[in-house]
Ligand binder design. Structure first.
Ligand code: NAG
Ligand code: NAG
Ligand code: NAG
Ligand code: NAG
Ligand code: NAG
Ligand code: NAG
Ligand code: NAG
Ligand code: NAG
Length: 659
């Protein structure tokens, strides 16, 4: 019996790495192989004669479904083979492909007891061990990518991820004869992404789905922004391109109509008409690892959900030394910033990719396995307004998180900076607010995990090269404390000034405490002022107070950053933002809108907004904290207390400034 750690070592020892440089292909000639170092046969062995008899028989035995498993000979010298043709090709092409592969495989993996060969149209593998019905993935699968990049990478990768999610289940449920799904989805710049997913049909639906999930999970790491990519495992493969590459007619003939992305049908047709057939130059890196480790599954059920998670963890795990080298030994020169959980460094991997590395300083209460589990879950959260978690590294007590590198600095370095904020016109600010709202909505409602951020603030919003906002540091609570599932905590991890009263005082958190922080952030972005500003020495006035008072006086433009008033005439969007901000910072969590309503309010100018109630800002200003506490404890409902006065003023403003 192996423990998980032993098993990780086992994976590493048996892994061998092959690199092949550049391939140029415009036809089916490019081949990718994997020859695990599991032993060689001798030329006079029975195994070799069994294999020699088996391979040539494969092309004729295959049928329209494009899959065949076959065996030859008696144990222990039995030769097992599996072939899988791409789900949309003609039978005669499939046969020709397998026939070529069965000859070529001996050239690529001479004398190997186990081998896999992929080319554009088919896959052939053989082994001295039964492969039927067993999920086989390599821990670092073969990724083949186009060297060309898409023009709107964030949107493209997000739409791709959605498309793959949709197709995965469809492929898994394909039945015992065929597990194939193909489809397309419209994305930015009138482009469309096309994808074909396939498993060997001998897998169970669950294993097929897992295999495809593993293959898809590393696409952002190996094929980020690429126009096309293939992820190849022995048991499944994924291919996507920004041009149609599969034969839709043949697929329909074999398994009924394919379903393109629902709303995308008309656009897809236009795109198909104008695409230029691409000759894709491919760089290939073959990372090899262990072939099939399914048989150890049962021993690890308690620690990790499944062996597949272990394999996936391997795919996301970086060598500590690699990261150390990438950050020049965590040098001060590479330091990007410091947060509650550790110092963040800029790094450059040997393949040229820029990364940001968070070196965790806080002692976690979790074991390595729990930590890996949480990283896996958080890495699955992908949205264009979230900073992408690429992986992790563990060595001894050191824990590192590896993130995509986001070009420009965090939002606070711009909006509170007297010169930088001149470049932030109201349009840009509105776009940033909307982006943050969308990212937060994804975390709260659209993702599988339903994460409460708990530390949303300007310093945690990063801006990419196009000044799109990306939320950083989400999921940290999951990776540190096991108490995320409880809506009450003794560990307050937010930042003072952004914390909702119920969180700051009682440790109650919920999506609505994030909404509060979002409200503060909105007011900051609009005003260019921090949560607290000292207007004069005696009279300390915080931002929420200022916003509320100006609102009440019917002068919301007083809150707006003066650099905006000077430059732009149309401030309606900003006033709408102030209104939304005030709705978000209301004392009673139930009065605050959900992020879904916030996104709706921001996206549509015709929706009329409810009237905000006065925030008592009890948690904002330390001097008011006692006062605030008393108010909440007496259980007087803030809504009944304030409604008369505010509705009058609120109404008039809503009517004055329609967008
Ligand atoms: C099998 O043969 C290859 C060369 O053909 C060699 O590189 C490899 O080390 C051999 N493996 C074993 C386990 O002997
Ligand atoms: C397959 O070959 C490897 C390497 O020689 C050996 O360790 C393993 O036991 C063989 N498997 C079977 C089922 O004979
Ligand atoms: C194969 O040949 C080697 C010598 O080359 C010999 O030692 C071995 O016994 C032979 N094996 C079989 C199965 O004939
Ligand atoms: C694959 O081969 C095994 C025997 O090795 C057989 O039991 C199984 O039915 C085959 N599966 C398919 C899908 O042909
Ligand atoms: C098989 O090889 C022949 C000769 O190299 C080639 O003409 C043919 O296109 C190949 N078949 C496939 C499906 O790649
Ligand atoms: C495509 O993007 C990758 C990764 O971001 C980058 O390294 C590469 O230089 C880009 N290639 C082109 C042709 O722009
Ligand atoms: C943001 O990043 C882009 C691209 O790196 C750069 O051209 C631009 O100057 C940056 N903007 C600011 C305000 O720093
Ligand atoms: C007094 C107060 O709450 N100040 C906070 C305002 O926000 C910044 C971050 O932008 C915090 O660092 C301050 O503590």
């Amino acid at each position: 019996m192996y423990g998980v750690e032993d098993m990780m070592k086992l994976v590493k020892c048996r892994a061998s790495i092959f690199f092949i440089l550049t391939y140029l292909f415009s036809s089916a000639t490019a081949q990718f192989y994997y020859c695990p170092d599991t032993g060689n046969y001798t030329s006079n062995s029975t195994y070799k004669s069994n294999l020699d008899a088996l391979l040539p028989s494969l092309p004729q035995s295959i049928d329209d479904n494009g899959f065949k498993n076959a065996t030859m000979g008696q144990a222990p010298e039995t030769a097992y083979a599996q072939v899988l043709c791409r789900g949309d090709i003609e039978l005669h092409t499939c046969r020709s492909c397998i026939s070529n592969a069965s000859i070529d495989i001996a050239n690529w993996c001479p004398n190997h007891k186990q081998a896999v060969l992929w080319n554009e149209l088919c896959m052939l593998r053989y082994s001295n061990e039964s492969t039927s019905g067993i999920l086989a993935t390599v821990d670092q699968p073969v990724y083949v990518w186009s060297i060309q990049n898409v023009s709107s990478p964030d949107q493209f990768m997000e739409d791709l991820s959605t498309l793959l999610d949709n197709l995965r289940g469809q492929a898994a449920d394909g039945g015992s004869m065929r597990k194939v799904a193909a489809g397309s989805r419209a994305t930015a710049n009138f482009q469309t992404v096309f994808s074909l997913l396939q498993c060997t049909p001998d897998l169970s639906p669950e294993d097929c789905s897992n295999c495809l999930a593993i293959a898809a999970a590393s696409i952002p790491r190996f094929c980020d922004r690429r126009r096309g990519c293939r992820a190849l495992h022995p048991s499944c493969n994924i291919r996507y391109e920004d041009t149609p590459f599969y034969n839709e007619t043949r697929l329909q003939e074999l398994q009924g109509p394919i379903t393109p992305g629902k709303k995308d049908a008309s656009r897809t047709r236009i795109i198909i008409a104008v695409v230029i057939p691409a000759v894709v130059c491919v760089t290939l890196a073959v990372f090899a690892g262990m072939w099939s480790i399914k048989r150890t599954k049962k021993q690890h059920v308690e620690e990790l959900e499944s062996t597949q998670d272990i394999i996936l963890a391997e795919a996301l795990q970086y060598e500590f030394d690699e990261i150390k080298a990438a950050t020049q030994g965590f040098s001060d020169a590479n330091k990007l910033g410091e947060g509650g959980f550790g110092v963040v460094y800029k790094g450059k991997l040997s393949n040229g990719h820029d990364i940001a590395v968070k070196r965790l300083s806080m002692e976690s209460r979790q074991g390595d396995v729990e930590f890996k589990n949480e990283v896996l879950l958080v890495a699955k959260l992908q949205h264009r307004n979230l900073v992408r978690l690429l992986g992790f590294s563990i060595e001894g007590r050191e824990r590192l998180l590896v993130y995509e590198f986001v070009k420009n600095a965090s939002l606070d370095r711009y909006i509170f900076n007297p010169t930088e904020r001149l470049n932030f016109n109201s349009e840009r600010r509105y776009k940033i607010i909307l982006g943050i709202a969308r990212g937060l909505l994804y975390l709260h409602e659209e993702s599988r995990l339903k994460i409460v951020h708990r530390d949303l603030k300007a310093g945690n919003i990063l801006l990419d090269g196009e000044m799109n906002p990306k939320i950083a540091d989400f999921g940290m609570a999951r990776m540190f404390a096991a108490d995320e599932s409880h809506a009450r905590t003794n560990r307050i991890m937010g930042t003072y000034g952004y914390m909702s009263p119920e969180y700051a005082m009682f440790g109650h958190f919920s999506v609505k405490s994030d909404v509060f922080s979002f409200g503060v952030l909105v007011l900051e972005i609009v005003s260019g002022q921090k949560n607290i500003s000292y207007q004069n020495e005696d009279d300390m006035e915080d931002l929420l107070n200022l916003a509320w008072n100006s609102w009440q006086e019917g002068m919301p433009e007083n809150v707006i950053d003066p650099v905006l008033s000077a430059s732009s005439g149309n401030l309606r969007d900003m006033i709408r933002c102030i209104h939304i901000g005030l709705l978000c910072v209301q004392d009673n969590p139930l009065d605050r809108p959900t992020m879904a309503s916030v996104v709706l309010m921001l996206s549509s100018s015709t929706i009329s907004l409810p009237v905000p109630l006065e925030p008592t800002h009890s948690a904002i200003n330390p001097n008011f904290q006692e006062h605030g506490l008393r108010e909440v404890v007496t259980n007087e409902s803030p809504s009944t207390r304030k409604s008369t006065r505010s509705s009058k003023n609120g109404m008039s403003i809503t009517e004055f400034y329609p967008r």
